[in-house]
Design a protein around this ligand. Structure first.
Ligand SMILES: Cc1ncc(C[n+]2csc(CCOP(=O)(O)OP(=O)(O)O)c2C)c(N)n1
Length: 459
């Protein structure tokens, strides 16, 4: 990759020496805390001036450091979900000095990209693909009789709400391939996460009895495991018995034949490194539930509106003031704002109107209706396909769903638009936003054509 001259962003002493994960591995476990602090500061320095995604990358700083410290990347396959949280990963994997070109023309991509680096094992942007992709890699290794390769998917609690993630979990449970899923649980999607899974994860996290007993069991198991393979087997049996009796709910993942570990503090980098190293030797599908805070380590993001700090644009890092770019000429109102206010206006007149968003209440401004009419506007999670079919179901009962989906994410739900809505001539109003002129223009145009056809069918 061509190194572009840095514009004066100075990394800390340890970070300055890390040009690849091999350099990170030279450090002691104790030094990982300092590296994490320096990495976090570097991200703050850069994003405050250059813009980009912010809160998610800050939240996984320690996890990123621990993963690259413990695993043998890029031989071991590390797959990020969505990829908006992979800034630390990019900086540690040889892109520190070009990171100021992030998301710029001819610069590096804001998301992992296979053609950009061998460390970017899978191209991302749309959510909930990591488990399926990492499972594919793990099954390939099994088939090719490669035994020493690790396959790790890092997925957020928001992305875990999608059907694709569940489809992959369901499949993984019977493959017995070497797969580690790291569930990065910060209770947030872009907006607060929603759904029963979120409540379930909170239950696990807050169960004091479970957590206290679990820590004791882990401590004991660590000691037993050192006595060889037989002892490991006994340890595993004890662990399963204790976990099952302690918390029946933990069986959600275990009933899918994953071994569940956690929850653990995702900001304790040394403990993370120890746990990940221990988990390397456990065969088959396993899940590590890690608790993190979006925006961790930057006061204004931690204490302020987490949604706003997801991708704040440029800001003054000293005061936390987000700098609004005021265009010279007056601009037309944004589509999302027109939508947000209009749907409320229409819904006041027509009691059959309902609003649906898949995980974008702020981005679509459906949050205006969610506040004004909470029983008539719903966030269904990162689940575009479900959003469309759910809307179709509402329509069968005579309601009038307004289903708002970003144009790009609607690609996920073409089949549902055709099969569940159009062919049945159901009246669903699709409100598509963010269809701009970019690389995927052709796909967007196709999407809009399909929607036009669906509207035609309804007439
Ligand atoms: C299919 C799809 N729908 C919507 C989005 C928009 N989106 C980007 S990040 C995000 C939230 C992801 O939440 P989570 O996985 O918990 O990660 P966090 O940001 O909390 O780290 C959403 C909804 C997307 N990237 N892909």
């Amino acid at each position: 990759m061509k190194i572009v001259d840095g514009p004066g962003f100075v990394p800390g002493d340890l970070l300055a020496q890390i040009n690849s994960p091999a350099d990170l591995k030279k450090l002691s476990k104790e030094q990982l805390t300092q590296v994490s602090d320096e990495l976090r500061q570097f991200i703050i320095d850069l994003v405050s001036v250059k813009g980009g995604h912010f809160g998610a990358s800050l939240g996984v700083v320690e996890l990123t450091v621990a993963l690259h410290y413990v695993f043998n990347t890029p031989y071991d396959q590390l797959v990020w979900d969505v990829g908006h949280q992979a800034y630390g990963h990019k900086i540690l994997t040889g892109r520190r000095d070009v990171f100021h070109t992030n998301r710029k023309y001819k610069g590096i991509s804001g998301f992992p990209k296979r053609s950009e680096s061998e460390y970017d094992t899978f191209g991302v942007g749309h959510s909930s693909t990591s488990i399926g992709a990492a499972l594919g890699m793990a099954v390939a290794s099994k088939y090719l009789n490669i035994k020493d390769k690790q396959h790790i998917a890092v997925i957020g609690d928001g992305s875990m709400t999608a059907g694709m993630a569940f489809e992959a979990l369901n499949h993984a449970g019977v493959e017995n391939a070497n797969l580690l899923v790291v569930l990065n649980d910060n209770c947030m999607s872009i907006d607060p996460n929603v759904g029963a899974l979120k409540e379930y994860l909170t239950d696990i996290t807050t169960s004091h009895t479970y957590n206290k007993a679990k820590d004791k069991v882990w401590e004991l198991l660590g000691k037993i495991s050192k006595f060889g393979p037989n002892a490991q087997e006994i340890a595993s049996k004890i662990e399963n018995a204790v976990k099952t009796s302690l918390l029946k709910q933990s069986n959600l993942f275990e009933s899918l034949k994953f071994r569940y570990f956690g929850p653990i503090d995702g900001h304790d980098v040394q403990r993370l490194a120890t746990v990940l190293a221990d988990m390397k030797d456990i065969p088959g599908p396993k899940i590590l539930h890690v608790l993190t805070k979006k925006g961790k380590g930057y006061k204004y993001a931690e204490e302020g509106n987490t949604t706003l700090w997801h991708a704040p644009g440029v800001f003054n890092k000293e005061t936390g003031e987000i700098i609004k770019v005021i265009p010279k000429d007056p601009q037309p109102p944004k589509y999302q704002d027109v939508f947000g206010h209009t749907i409320v206006e229409l819904a006041e007149k027509n009691l059959k109107i309902m609003g649906i968003t898949p995980a974008m209440p702020s981005g679509s401004s459906l949050n205006i209706m969610m506040k004004a009419m909470p029983d008539r506007a719903v966030d269904v999670g990162i689940a575009e396909q479900h959003a469309v079919t759910f809307s179709a179901g509402l329509a069968t009962q005579g309601l009038v769903p307004f289903c708002n989906i970003y144009s790009s994410f609607m690609q996920r739900a073409y089949d549902q638009v055709v099969h569940d809505v159009a062919l049945q001539k159901l009246k669903v109003v699709f409100c598509l936003d963010r269809g701009g002129l970019q690389e995927q223009t052709v796909q967007h145009i196709t999407a809009h054509l399909i929607l036009l056809i669906s509207v035609a069918f309804q007439i």
